[in-house]
Design a protein around this ligand. Sequence first.
Ligand code: TRP
Length: 330
Amino acid sequence: MKTIYSAIQPSGIMTLGNYIGAVNNWRAMQSDEDNKCIFALADLHTITVRQNPLEFNKNCWSFYALLLAVGLDVKKSVVYLQSHVAQHSELAWLLNCYTYVGEMNRMTQFKDKSAKHADNINMGLMDYPVLMAADILLYDTDLVPVGYDQLQHIEITRDIALRVNNLYGDIFKVPEGFIPKVGAKIMSLQDPTSKMSKSDPNPNAVISCLDAPEVIMKKFKRAVTDSDATIAYDPENKAGISNLLGILAVVEGKTIEQTVAECSGMRYGDLKVRVGESVIETLRPFREEYERLINSKDYLIACAKEGAQKAAEIAEKTLKRFKSAIGYII
Ligand code: TRP
């Protein structure tokens, strides 16, 4: 039995990239009987960047409904909100005392976000990786599916776990990160050399999982390509077309080779329509389920409660183990 843990922040929008590269893979992992899956909304991480309360609240509901809409099942997996499980904050504090300021200062994401939010470089922003380590370590996690940008956070989680284990014996399981193969890199439709990002200010660059069909089609029709008019998979020289082919391949469950063979000779305009239609049909049932769930707040609350209870039960055991090793009266 392997324990899988991952989380997503309730901020911005859930993009096609988040769907294909993250949450839809989580659903696939959940269906493997050998996996014990735990998935969270990382809503404590989100306030490291200032949030408008009404919008933040709406995003928390929306992202939780999205997790269930994708098919995460609260009976099979643990699906909860991080802020509902106090052990995350408590372990983060303890781990702070085993983490060096210098290490946090060197984190790439901290440096990037400090530059982007120069007026609000708060302690939480710097401490973000420690909270993430707490998330992962609380559940004796074996595997953490993440995007490339999070690998450094997994590395520091491992360093912290090993440091604690060296001091006190076997307290934490040392987790491993991995990048799911399917949909690992869905790129921006407007700048196909950078990742499709949930916080991209240009709405044409990003497909939201909840975009209406005509909006999705319009965005694909406007996707940036190149001027040489031949369809080939070459991410370096033909980033836009390669991104479209990559998206088409994953939503249709085919290999890149199959997709290229099928589309070769097509006009760019026709390829865009083809990808648009495929994405629309892939997202349709997901969006419909979301619409149903977002109007069932009582059901969402019941699921979140069940998730938080199950999570807290596991988390408390790990926390007690660590506290008692440090010397606390428990
Ligand atoms: N930092 C992750 C992101 O922005 C979200 C996250 C928070 C996470 N806690 C986690 C991912 C624990 C994996 C495991 O994508």
